[in-house]
Write a protein of this length. Structure first.
Lengths: 246, 246
DNA sequence: TATAAGGTATCACGTAACGTGAGGGTCAAC
DNA sequence: GTTGACCCTCACGTTACGTGATACCTTATA
């Protein structure tokens, strides 16, 4: 299949396909004597994968790393895409809900906080990086990050945002039993997030939870998201680490 | 509210807010003697609008045009955002469906065409431009388009893609009665699309439909999307123009 | 009152992901 | 042989910021 045929089939530009070839993301399996690109069925399957990652906001460099990883598995990736797309749908549902609330607010029928006005927006450059790391590892990301020992402002901000989001998520369920499924699901998200930036064993994770209580500054920072959250997290982390989920 | 407070509230960067200020998209209502930006409640409401447009892929220049248009109405915009977000939900549903079909295909339980493999992807730079034009007019877009008389390759491609998409959409319902609601909804999309690039009255629209039959090349091109589509469109366009919908 | 930490500003270069036009070659139908 | 459509590479342009440097401002603390 020639370049324009692929471009028309997929509704992307010829330039896009050239670009993907240039950066080694999608190399046509055949090139004619005149230099024309010919794409095979397998090229199209790879392109489908690439487009799923693009839809989810992954940068092309990252997509290339993931797809060229020997452990990459298309079936597994498709399942992960599906779950990420469902999360994106939840995000859009939240945006729609924000619109509904804003319309009521404008009619004077409902008050809404500043925070509520922005619920659902997520412009982080790659919101699914944490999950990608869990599946495809850290190596490429660490290599790509030229400053291994100092955290850039972006990383710190990303860190902080992801922290805050997870703290809020956990605050919502802090009155539940720490062994409950919902509590363990949420604390798992915390575990995944921490492992995006560091490398915590379950044991270390439990120890970290203890620190949230032992150090008053930690407790204070965490409890601003909801009173008693630090204690709840400590307990949920212990349950998680010991595999004692109900 | 100071710049970092807004950035944290909304989960965007301080640099983003500076950029929006620089380009005149979001100008803080107050600046202190030290030059600090202070954002008002109305600034936050405008920022919410901006973020809705961003979520839908509008370029910042276009957002600025729309928001500064005297006829701009926040309530109306919110309703339009909601409908566009629902369309995006449908697109994600289609992507999820594509994943499900691809997984079955990989198991050998189902065949799928190349076209099916790419159903749901839409990377056009601004998929909702046609609807935006319907609401907020053509002037700014025409001004921004420096080449008023010659169509760039991009515009031709955009044209062609939008054409193809609409033809497919219409082909799906070509066996329906041309006066049926679904037929008239689809042909309305065609009308809107044509008016993105030109300026057709309903009468001219009907005349165009006649041409689809009168000129054999038109018929041939259109019917490749589904046999009998050209006749169906001619009839549906006549019904539409005369307001004879069931 | 001095200090320190965090936050603010502007400036300017860099990045990613293409869009776009120029210039020239290839292919297939007429 | 001609022509229109398609193909190639090259290179500059665009958008939307990220990032680091440099310097000023604000507020809490000792």
């Amino acid at each position: 299949m020639k370049v324009k045929e692929v471009a028309d089939l997929v509704c992307i530009s010829v330039r896009t396909l050239h670009h993907y070839d240039e950066i080694g993301l999608l190399t046509p399996d055949e090139v004619t004597e005149a230099g024309y690109r010919i794409y095979s069925e397998e090229n199209l399957e790879n392109l489908q994968q690439i487009l799923f990652f693009r839809e989810l906001g992954f940068p092309l460099k990252r997509i290339k790393e993931i797809i060229h990883d020997p452990s990459f598995n298309k079936t597994e990736a498709l399942k992960l895409h599906k779950s990420m797309l469902m999360k994106k749908q939840e995000q859009l549902n939240q945006l729609i809900d924000t619109i509904d609330k804003t319309l009521l607010n404008m009619k004077g029928e409902r008050q809404m906080s500043d925070k509520e006005k922005f619920a659902g927006f997520d412009f982080s450059s790659n919101p699914y990086e944490a999950e990608a790391r869990e599946r495809w590892g850290n190596k490429a990301v660490d290599d790509a990050n030229t400053k291994l020992n100092e955290k850039s402002q972006k990383e710190m901000r990303q860190f902080q945002e992801a922290f805050n989001e997870t703290f809020r998520s956990l605050a919502e369920v802090r009155h539940e039993d720490p062994t409950a499924a919902i509590s363990q699901e949420r604390i798992h998200e915390w575990y995944v997030l921490l492992n995006s930036f560091g490398n915590y064993s379950k044991k270390a994770f439990k120890g970290l939870g203890e620190m949230y209580i032992a150090d008053e500054r930690f407790t204070k920072n965490i409890d601003q998201f909801g009173e008693g959250l630090a204690v709840f997290m400590r307990d949920a982390m212990a349950v998680y680490a010991e595999g004692l989920k109900k």
